[in-house]
Design a binder for this molecule. Structure first.
Ligand SMILES: [Zn+2]
Length: 398
């Protein structure tokens, strides 16, 4: 588990919010108008401004036929749909809805009022929803849940999923300049923070301009916390194995799990070799890396809350088990440590006449990876390499 080290994360969060806000705000405005219509229909009250509602949908920049059908379905009986979700179909459905011809609202009046309150509450806090830090996001989500009576109703949940439609955003919705690919490019998280075993940087596909990017893990699962589906600090670039195979829908929070934007294992949990490696024949280890005793150790007292988070992350991502598969790398490190005498390293420093190699560059050449805390996220297996080399050299943890 590697903390995401970036100098300008807050700026990127602001940029992300500015990029996604236009289409989310548009949906909030339409949903607010729509909830009023449904409330009046459910109460049998005459509708006001029917034309304005239809016009608002017709002139929406981002809410095309598909998304429009989505919100109409949330509020009303699906029976209004006689044709596919085309722009004309949406207009027909809206007209029949606002004229009250044969349309049964699915949402009763009290629920329509609650949904209206929910929308208004979000409109006042949309910036906080999009850019707040992880612990604050959790509080915001809990506050909205209170507004909704302690739990999201099926309609409330469906509405939130429509408002913060992550899947629609990811599938390249037309007219959206700030895409998931662009966010991944800007973040440039080069290895999966959860496992540090896979590369996660993005590339632009030649010819199409599409960005081939890593997964975005929703730290707080979006099906349970749909309000946070588009929040910057809830989108963690990660490898598919960690996102879809391991973490998947496990309910994460910042109390029980490490959040990559806040903390990593750092020196509180390190890779460690068994004592038998010190006297072992390195060539024998190269031949049989499966004999190397490799573990992940932490020495935090039980009273330290980070200890629980570390243990939970180790377990959730099966890190100790996965890293047994990287013991061939460890065997090479043990062999290199035997080869790299002081004279060898000093000779290396003078291999490029006229160039002065820094300690960091020399270390990268020797061990094939980054070793400074801030750079561990740049390459897979960097923490494994750093910890094992430090143990082999007998360096103390600072
Ligand atoms: Zn991973």
């Amino acid at each position: 588990m590697i903390r995401i080290h970036r100098a300008n994360t807050a700026d990127t969060a602001t940029e992300h919010a500015a990029g996604v806000k236009p289409w989310i705000v548009e949906r909030l405005d339409l949903a607010r108008m729509f909830s009023v219509y449904v409330y009046r229909a459910a109460r049998g009250l005459p509708q006001l401004g029917s034309a304005a509602l239809c016009e608002a949908f017709a002139s929406a920049t981002y809410v095309s036929a598909g998304p429009a059908r989505g919100i109409i379905d949330i509020f009303t009986s699906g029976a209004i749909w006689g044709k596919k979700a085309t722009a004309d179909g949406v207009q027909d459905a809206l007209l029949s809805l606002v004229s009250g011809t044969g349309v049964t609202p699915k949402v009763k009046a009290p629920e329509a009022r609650r949904l209206w309150s929910q929308i208004a509450w979000i409109q006042q806090r949309i910036d906080k929803v999009l850019v707040s830090l992880p612990a604050d996001l959790w509080s915001i989500d809990q506050s909205l849940m209170k507004v909704c009576g302690g739990a999201f109703s099926a309609h409330a949940k469906a509405l939130l999923m429509w408002l913060f439609d992550y899947d629609w955003w990811c599938t390249g919705a037309s007219g959206i300049m700030w895409t998931a690919g662009l966010l991944a490019e800007k973040l440039d998280v080069r290895s999966c923070p959860y496992c540090n075993r896979q590369y996660t940087f993005s590339v632009v596909k030649k010819g199409t301009g599409d960005v081939i990017r890593p997964d975005f893990d929703h730290f707080c699962e979006k099906s349970v916390h749909p309000l946070l589906a588009m929040s910057f600090y809830n989108l963690v670039p990660s490898c598919t194995t960690c996102n879809s195979r391991l973490k998947h829908r496990t309910p994460f929070n910042v109390i029980d799990y490490l959040h990559p934007h806040l903390e990593g294992f750092d020196n509180d949990c390190v890779f460690q070799l068994g004592d038998s490696v010190a006297g072992a024949d390195p060539l024998a280890l190269i031949e049989k890396p499966e004999t190397i005793p490799l573990s992940m150790c932490h020495n935090l007292p039980t009273t330290n809350p980070k200890r629980t988070r570390i243990e939970n992350n180790l377990s959730e991502f099966q890190l100790e088990q996965f890293y047994q598969g990287h013991r061939d790398v460890v065997a090479e490190l043990v062999l290199k440590h035997r080869i790299y005498t002081d004279a060898f390293v000093e000779g290396l420093r003078h291999q490029l006449p006229g160039a002065k190699l820094t300690d960091d560059v020399v270390s990268r050449i020797l061990w094939g990876n980054y070793s400074q805390d801030d750079n561990l996220g740049k390459r897979p297996l960097s923490k494994l390499t750093r910890d094992i080399v430090r143990e082999l050299k007998g360096d103390s943890i600072t």
